[in-house]
Design a protein around this ligand. Structure first.
Ligand code: CAA
Length: 257
């Protein structure tokens, strides 16, 4: 594992996965996501693990999908690489998965935190779907999960303007379970995980599945729709311009083409 670390017994029955690309603010490249998928699969099969905490570091949970890796891609490249099949596997994790978020949770980082079952945030956490600023849109569930979590008006504003919300707003809007000081956000997430780990692991897995079923009845259709539109944007000049501008550290000039 190059871009994550895994501690299967961080606390009794609680595993901890840390995203570990600190210089890139834990930008989610294909390798990192593949490692995360494999780690979750292994922990799901490990009888000594009952709940899993996923975290980044104080500055960033994750600042999104890796823009540098995507910048030169065409719509067909994106379709062929099919990065979201990895996300589909992650979503299938049976054991309760808690995100411990500090700092940036943006784009794919916000989407990854929402793919978890609960979020414990530090007071410094910021959530956002800023893809619109680089000429694309959320592609890993943002338009669907954010809308369900915080409602259409707020989600629409975040997705169309790219504005970030604070941890306090995220808690008020129902996106996160709890906001705590940055010094204790991981401890609090592990505490929550430990409480769940004291329950019957079979009951908690089936209960998680049932809660998700109510929440996701039509989610797959929405995700499919979102994915097609996300890929389609890689046929636009604005995607190339938006991502190149980010890499070159300049403001983008969008032309609507
Ligand atoms: N992809 C690749 N590299 C990234 C990155 C990303 N998403 N986010 C940050 N980085 C890199 C920066 O390029 C920079 O690298 P260099 O030092 O080599 O230049 C390093 O991480 C530190 O970042 P900054 O210098 O930009 O730090 P900052 O504190 O000035 O700004 C930030 C922080 C506001 C988070 C800014 O980095 C930023 O806007 N990042 C991009 C956020 C974004 O647009 N995310 C959405 C990605 S698209 C997506 O996720 C699609 C999807 O739905 C799947």
């Amino acid at each position: 594992m190059e871009f994550i670390t895994v501690e299967a017994q961080y606390a009794p029955y609680v595993a901890l996965i840390r995203l570990n690309r600190p210089k890139e603010l834990n930008a989610l490249n294909l390798q990192l996501m593949g490692e995360l998928r494999d780690a979750l699969k292994a922990l799901d099969a490990d009888d000594t693990v009952r709940t899993i905490v996923l975290t980044g570091n104080e500055r960033a949970f994750a600042a999104g999908a890796d823009i540098k890796q995507m910048a030169g891609k065409t719509a067909i490249d994106m379709l062929t690489v099919d990065q979201f099949s990895t996300w589909d596997q992650i979503k299938k994790t049976k054991k309760p998965l808690i995100a411990a978020v500090s700092g940036f949770a943006l784009g794919g980082g916000c989407e990854l935190s929402m793919t978890c079952d609960m979020i414990v945030a530090s007071e410094t956490a910021q959530f956002g779907q800023p893809e619109i600023k680089i000429g694309v849109m959320p592609g890993a569930g943002g338009t669907q999960r954010l809308t369900r979590a915080i409602g259409k008006a707020r989600a629409m504003e975040m997705v169309l303007t790219g504005k970030f919300i604070s941890a306090e707003e995220a808690e008020r809007f129902g996106l996160v379970n709890k906001v705590v000081p940055v010094e204790v956000y991981l401890e609090e997430a592990v505490k929550l995980a430990s409480t769940i780990a004291q329950m019957s692991p079979i009951a908690s897995q089936l209960a998680k599945e049932a809660v998700n079923r109510s929440y996701e009845t039509h989610l797959d259709e929405g995700l499919h729709f979102e994915r097609k539109n996300f890929y389609l944007l890689f046929a636009s000049e604005d995607q190339t311009e938006g991502m190149n501008a980010f890499v070159e550290k300049r403001a983008p000039e969008f032309k609507g083409k």
